[in-house]
Write a protein that binds this ligand. Structure first.
Ligand SMILES: Nc1ncnc2c1ncn2[C@@H]1O[C@H](COP(=O)(O)OP(=O)(O)OP(=O)(O)O)[C@@H](O)[C@H]1O
Length: 261
């Protein structure tokens, strides 16, 4: 466990260095290349979105960054330290909120702190995290009493209560209806601006990447290579009809091999 994870206070945004990472799986005796020499660095507090064709290896890269798997080649560093195992300083948020149905919202958010024996000294952080995601009034509700968007906000609070310095997000808004997705994207932007963490977001949604990220990295088909990077310097909130937004959207879709409409 990192020293950071022991502290009680706001997160310090952490850097992520992905250095010449290649990865493959062996399936029934056949080598299956997934990542091919990926290098990517995130500075502390940066918000980077990863776009790429389905199955190219985006989630694999997030799992490597989370320390859930080890790369076959290359290294991944968090704040200069090699990533070897999962750590609460860097947390994954998935498409499915995967809440415990028998626990209230408050107890779901408490799960990580409880597991680490930090609940007594950090109990106040649960209310702070619930208020960050605007769910203070639902602390005693059960997951079955929540909408999909609310459940995903609980999942975000469950991560944020641990004060991660790096959030790894695997299509966290992917299963929400378009209106809920829009409001959660806006809320997430506010969280990123206030809570102080570095964000690496995997998404299939070019507009989501353009609304949120400061940099968009486009990956190739499997085995994934970095095809292109786009910097987005426009202020927040961003507007879809802004000429730069429209141009970037077209260029990124072109890079992904999709004709824009
Ligand atoms: N544990 C595993 N064992 C074997 N193969 C795996 C494993 N995990 C992923 N793969 C394979 O690696 C490839 C990349 O998977 P991954 O989930 O990283 O892609 P992705 O870009 O996130 O896909 P999507 O955009 O559809 O979610 C897939 O072809 C998948 O079948």
């Amino acid at each position: 466990m990192s020293a950071l994870a022991q502290t009680d206070g706001p997160a310090r945004a952490l850097s992520l260095d992905i250095r010449s990472v290649s990865h493959h799986y062996d399936i029934a005796g056949t080598r299956f290349d997934v990542l091919d020499d990926i290098s990517l660095s995130l500075t502390p507090g940066e918000f980077v979105a990863l776009l790429g064709p389905s199955g190219c290896g985006k989630s694999t890269l997030l799992r490597l960054a989370a320390g859930l798997e080890h790369p076959r080649q290359g290294t991944l560093l968090e704040d200069g330290n090699q990533i070897e195992a999962p750590d609460p300083s860097r947390l994954l948020v998935f498409q499915d909120p995967t809440l415990f149905p028998w626990r209230t919202v408050r107890r779901n958010v408490a799960t990580g702190l409880e597991a680490r024996g930090l609940l007594p000294q950090r109990a106040h952080r649960i209310d702070e995290a619930l208020s960050l995601v605007r769910l203070e009034d639902f602390a005693d509700a059960y997951p079955r009493q929540l909408s999909g968007g609310m459940a995903q906000r609980v999942a975000l609070a469950r991560a944020l209560v641990n004060d991660p310095g790096l959030l790894l997000l695997d299509e966290p808004f992917g299963k929400l209806d378009s209106l809920t997705r829009l409001s959660l994207q806006t809320e997430f932007l506010r969280l990123w601006q206030t809570a102080g963490f570095t964000a690496l977001l995997v998404t299939h949604d070019v507009e989501e990447a353009l609304l949120l990220a400061g940099r968009i990295v486009v990956l190739s088909d499997r085995p994934a290579r970095v095809l292109a990077e786009f910097r987005i310097t426009a202020d927040y909130p961003r507007h879809r009809d802004d000429p730069d937004f429209v141009r970037l959207r077209r260029d990124i879709l072109h890079e992904l091999g999709v004709q824009s409409v």
